[in-house]
Design a protein around this ligand. Structure first.
Ligand SMILES: [Zn+2]
Length: 451
């Protein structure tokens, strides 16, 4: 730590206390102070210290050719204020900066410009460092790291080997988003809205072998850990949703050919061969009660499913949903909204025609991005059905009671199956097993664990 009497006037500009100029000219004033901070090493953390410790970690940016933008400042300035405040209180503050400089963008840039990524990465990081100094960020530059340098990535490789040895990194084949332009797979976040995060369209789903981290091995720990952090309840609930492990069945609902729509019953229709929409459910015992189907507005099939008659309202709705955050979309307090696409799927058990809607409370990034609507046995589906005048069909009757006509809320408990064809009169817990086995036998679904 420095002593007060050590502070001298910076080489350029004027000391703020002596005489303030009428105009604030940052170039004339700030450079001197920045040089002064640098010379004094004011922002360096001490490796060993008796003072209280404070670690303030920003996310390390990917150094693109465009340089810093205002969004970086939005993240970095509050943490800088916090770090400075702690230093002023006498804490030993570690506030480091580094570069997340490996990956697709560097590779793409190298391919399209014919320049080695080492050259462009070094050029970009130098510019970022210059800009961060310009805004006066108080990083400990003596601890700068660069993830594309061998001194750093040898540890990335070491970590990977430890994970591999413990079976926590493994190879598997799975359905992935594929961008035909980038020639790479994309995460669901990178493919949100069916558009590559670099703006390319024409994304497809492909079955591709890839490396995976077994994050699910920590699902229980991650969930219980949420009890120990001071986060808003809304965020915690969403995290639990994302991590949560559920056993269920993935069911394929065949899509009805648009050209054969109309009032005919489903059994009279041709199904599109091998074409259906996958949905995950933990309640296959309620399958006969499915009276509508909901896709996330970003679901890849929405465009092709939507009929001309409904295209305008679907496009409008998708544009509005795209502008909202996932947190807002999943908020329990918000009234659920949705629009009909004009398309139908077929209930694989009952053969009934089921209208396909889109609704923003269904997220493309969670599960299959599709939900089967069972209004009699799911409260959210019930409210949705009430609002849009959709059929409510009771298929589970509470034990010891008779089959109700009208209901005023969903019954979500266990009971006896009804209106369910060959499964009538089975206890619903047994029904889950029986319906799942039946679906697997008929190749209409498969047992799945979802996290
Ligand atoms: Zn792309």
């Amino acid at each position: 730590m420095y002593q007060k009497n050590e502070i001298k006037k910076p080489r350029s500009g004027k000391h703020p206390a002596s005489s303030l100029p009428e105009d604030y000219i940052p170039q004339a004033f700030e450079a001197g102070w920045q040089q002064f901070w640098e010379e004094k090493g004011l922002h360096q953390a001490e490796t060993y210290s008796q003072r209280p410790k404070y670690y303030c970690l920003d996310f390390f940016p990917y150094p693109s050719g465009d340089g810093l933008h205002v969004g970086h400042c939005r993240n970095y300035i509050p943490t800088d204020v916090l770090s400075r405040w702690r230093r002023m209180q006498g804490w030993n503050v570690l506030h480091p900066m580094g570069w997340d400089s490996f990956g697709e963008p560097a590779e793409q840039h190298a391919v399209s410009h014919g320049v080695h990524p080492r050259v462009t990465t070094d050029r970009n990081t130098a510019n970022y460092r210059r800009q961060m100094t310009l805004i006066g960020a108080s990083y400990d530059w003596s601890r700068e790291i660069d993830s594309s340098k061998p001194e750093y990535y040898r540890w990335t490789q070491w970590f990977f080997l430890q994970l591999y040895k413990r079976g926590l990194a493994y190879r598997d084949t799975n359905w992935q988003w594929w961008c035909p332009v980038c020639q790479t797979t994309l995460s669901s976040h990178e493919a949100a809205g069916g558009v590559c995060w670099r703006g390319h369209t024409g994304l497809t789903r492909r079955e591709i072998p890839a490396w995976y981290f077994k994050i699910t091995a920590y699902a229980d720990e991650l969930i219980s850990g949420l009890d120990t952090v001071d986060w808003p309840e809304k965020i915690k609930a969403m995290q639990r949703n994302w991590i949560g492990r559920s056993e269920g069945v993935e069911i394929t609902f065949p899509i009805l050919k648009e050209s054969q729509g109309g009032s005919k019953s489903a059994t009279e229709q041709d199904y599109m061969v091998n074409s259906g929409i996958k949905v995950f459910t933990t309640r296959p015992d309620t399958l006969y009660g499915v009276t509508f189907f909901v896709l996330s507005p970003e679901h890849p099939l929405v465009s092709s499913l939507t009929t001309n008659e409904y295209r305008n309202q679907v496009d409008d709705y998708r544009a509005k949903a795209a502008a909202m955050s996932e947190i807002d979309r999943m908020s329990e307090e918000r009234e659920k909204t949705g629009v009909f696409t004009g398309a139908y799927v077929v209930n694989p058990l009952s053969g009934e025609r089921v209208p396909v809607w889109i609704a923003d409370y269904v997220l493309a990034t969670y599960g299959t991005g599709a939900v089967m609507g069972v209004p009699a046995h799911d409260q959210r589906d019930f409210e949705f059905a009430q609002k849009y005048g959709l059929t409510v069909k009771v298929v589970i009757v509470p034990p010891g009671s008779s089959q109700p006509g009208e209901i005023d809320e969903a019954f979500t408990g266990e009971g006896i199956m009804a209106n369910s064809g060959q499964f009538d009169d089975l206890p619903s817990t047994e029904g889950i097993e029986r319906v799942t086995s039946y679906l697997e036998e008929k190749d209409l679904g498969k047992r799945t664990v979802q996290y």
